[in-house]
Design a protein around this ligand. Sequence first.
Ligand code: FPP
Length: 237
Amino acid sequence: MGIFKKEKSFDKLPTHIAIIMDGNGRWAKKRSLPRTAGHAAGSKTFKDIARYGNKIGLKYMTVYAFSTENWKRPQEEVNNIMNILRDYLRDAKNFKDENIKVKFIGDISVLDEDIKELIADAEKESENATGMHLNIALNYGGRDEIVHAVKKIMKSGVDPDSITEQTISENLYTAEMPDPDFIIRPSGEYRLSNYLIWQSAYAEYWFSDILWPDFKPKHLDMAIEDYQKRNRRYGGV
Ligand code: FPP
């Protein structure tokens, strides 16, 4: 378990941490394993980190599981990630036992019917949970999300002059959630890759060379401690 102790300044925990779970493929390659082994290991890390975030009292965690661009990967790899997701969702009872409230963001309309059903069950199963909100971004792209929001707003017949930033926020998949305060990207890449691009306007970032399957609770602690030292001014002084 991590080094982050309950007595540490919990008042300064970020409310919402978003994570780009990157580096599964490279982790597998380093071990001469197939990429699928990397995703399996990444899935275990995801479960451990979500459980740990809930334990330390995080309110929101949003993970990037599959982007709108990830369909370009070989079919076999796409199938593998979807199967990992199926296994995870079949354990939906776990969210309930752990009091984690799960929600999917992204265009899930194009996914296989059985996955859509499993998603609906998992969301329903955990809807009364009072612990961490765990959002899983699936077939998610930030630009796609904004296009989707604009279409929704236009179709509502709203007066264009009445549109505000809040109107946009309220029509994103993340409506009703606070914006992420803190975005973590392991694996040595320094980019946002179309992740929560509207919502991250004022977020803090934490990058690290650790590959996602090697990411442990102690790394989340390190990131949070770093965050707590930062001075967020939101454009003020
Ligand atoms: C990025 O690593 C990872 C993905 C595109 C898939 C993430 C999926 C999981 C962690 C599986 C578990 C998810 C859930 C919600 C059950 P990469 O393949 O791009 O790694 P690379 O950059 O080293 O090739």
